[in-house]
Design a protein around this ligand. Structure first.
Ligand code: F6P
Length: 545
């Protein structure tokens, strides 16, 4: 048994789980009218209501002892101080320094990184200003109107999600596009309607060696040169964001259009760096800096707030409660805001690439569950798709509901209906519907006898299904920054309790490695028979076609 599962805090939670499983949230709300006040937190217009959880004050006390036992406070200090807590890559983890305000200092390897952060931020401001005011023009002298970001994973998901989320703040003169898949359909369908004379490509890649990104970048370059008739056009229509300046130079990017970031920024934590350039171009640098300010506000909250009132700590512990003590296999992100439609996909990488691990910091296989599968779709769409399972399936699926109090698009009753659905779903999940209640409803509908008895079992809802609700004044850049940083720190809290490194990603290497061997075989350059019968059969069928 690992130290974690042998620990007093863990053992106490196991015992507590047995006890609390006999209670219901209905009962908890009935017993304590102040439950909402006790189990909610606020920060700068962001409300976290975590009262609809299968948790009592005793539960939270025990969960907090787990966090204390894991020495979270030391880990927080180490992260913010630039210690190399990404131990397998011997790197610091300082995405928080990217949103540090002017005047801050953050050291790693004996160097204050903030001056470099501010230098690149200033370069971003100048570049965005020039593109947006039309003083920076394309090869044929036209202003740039379409920005195409070519990147994947952390070099695309964050910029795409936030550009979509903050569309109300976007320029009407610029369109943002995101190409990530090596499937040429992604690039071709994106470029189809675009005019090369007014298109700016941003090649975003921390390593600048990612196969999909470089393949798309080369094809985009060919598209541009073929249309504009000269290699000289590349310097005017390409920018790059990377830690690998040698490779950006080799690709032929004009050094004035290269924006660097550093190894102490993890890919899935990089949206705050120049990886956010597409966002800054789209919504303007002032709004981008509001995003950074929101992230910084959450950093301060995380560092300074006692754990029992600390949003990332509470969210992180509730996730552990369900993953490790209720064996929940997945949890859902359900944004009741169409602008957050990409938020579930963004969190999939942030959470599952960070904590989808099975070997702990000491190199031992864990004997407990780590991250749940993260998934989700905007409400109310999900209600017409998978809510049947969430309400009446055999699995508990904890869910985070997110909603704005104020809509950017007020229209009649739409927003009231959206929020009514959001609140009603969390209420229904919590309450459930007893057999007696279901029976009474069917009687009231005029059913009786066998017809009623036959239908009755299907109308019962188990309830006691947990949810958190994040309710914010408006989806603005500052709030978006708080939300992203909230989940970043939640993931960190869980990694500390699970004693895993949230900041490496060795699991993505093996597939890439095998793909490198398969490519020449699919191109007919090498004999394909060294694989298993399935892979050989698939290659053979492809080649025969
Ligand atoms: O998925 C593996 C990964 O390395 C991610 O961590 C990263 O965000 C993505 O690929 C893209 O990497 P790069 O920014 O180096 O192209």
């Amino acid at each position: 048994m690992s130290n974690l599962t042998r620990s007093p805090a863990w053992q106490a939670l196991t015992a507590h789980h047995a006890a609390i499983s006999k209670q219901t949230m209905r009962g908890m709300f009935a017993a304590d009218p102040a439950r909402f006040d006790k189990f909610s937190l606020q920060l700068d217009g962001l409300l976290l209501d975590y009262s609809k959880n299968v948790a009592s004050e005793e539960t939270l006390r025990l969960l907090l002892s787990l966090v204390r036992q894991s020495k979270l406070d030391d880990w927080i200090t180490r992260m913010f101080n630039g210690d190399k807590i990404n131990t397998t890559e011997q790197r610091a983890v300082l995405h928080t320094a990217l949103r540090a305000p002017h005047g801050a200092s953050v050291y790693t390897d004996g160097k204050d990184v903030v001056p470099d952060v501010l230098r690149v931020r200033d370069h971003m401001r100048r570049f965005c200003g020039a593109v947006r005011d039309g003083s920076l023009r394309g090869h044929t002298g036209k202003p740039l109107r379409d920005v195409v970001n070519i990147g994947i994973g952390g070099s695309s998901l964050g910029p795409q999600m936030i550009s979509e989320a903050l569309k109300p703040y976007a320029s009407t003169q610029l369109n943002a596009h995101f190409v990530s898949n090596v499937d040429a359909t992604d690039l071709i369908e994106t470029l189809r309607p675009l005019d090369p004379e007014t298109t700016l490509f941003i090649i975003s890649s921390k390593t600048f060696t990612t196969q999909e990104t470089l393949t798309n970048a080369r094809s985009a370059r060919t598209w541009l040169v073929n249309h504009l008739g000269s290699e000289d056009a590349v310097a005017k229509h390409f920018a790059a964001v990377s830690t690998n300046l040698a490779e950006t130079s080799k690709f032929g990017i004009n050094p004035d259009n290269v924006f660097e970031f550093w190894d102490w920024v993890g890919g899935r934590y990089s949206v705050w760096s120049a990886i956010g350039l597409p966002i800054a171009l789209y919504i303007g640098m002032d709004n981008f800096e509001r995003l950074l300010a929101g992230g910084h506000a959450m950093d301060q909250h995380f560092r300074e707030t006692p754990f029992e009132k600390n949003m990332p700590v509470i969210l992180g512990l509730l996730g552990i409660w369900y993953a490790n003590f209720f064996d929940a296999a997945s949890y859902a992100i359900l944004p009741y805001d169409q602008y957050l439609q990409h938020f579930p996909a963004y969190l999939q990488q942030l959470e599952m690439e960070s904590n989808g691990k099975r070997v702990d910091r000491d190199g031992h296989d864990v004997d407990y569950a780590t991250h749940m599968v993260v998934w989700g779709e905007p409400g109310t769409n999900g209600q017409h798709s998978f809510y049947q399972l969430i309400h009446q399936g055999t699995r508990m699926v904890p869910a985070d509901f997110l909603a704005p109090i104020t809509s950017h698009n007020p229209l009649g009753e739409h927003h009231a209906m959206l929020l009514a659905n959001c609140f009603a779903q969390t209420e229904a999940l919590m309450l459930g519907k007893t057999e007696e209640e279901a029976r009474a409803e069917l009687v009231a509908q005029g059913l009786s006898g066998e017809a009623l008895e036959t239908l009755l079992p299907y109308k019962v809802f188990p309830g006691n299904r947990p949810s958190n609700t994040l309710l914010f004044d408006r989806l603005d850049p500052y709030t978006m920054g708080m939300l992203v940083a909230l989940y970043e720190h939640k993931v960190f809290v869980q990694s500390v309790v699970w004693n895993i490194n949230a900041f490496d990603q060795w699991g993505v290497e093996f597939g890439k490695q095998l793909a490198g061997k398969l490519l020449p075989e699919l191109q007919g350059k090498q004999d394909a028979s060294s694989h298993d019968a399935s892979t050989n059969g698939l290659i053979k069928r492809f080649l025969a076609h």
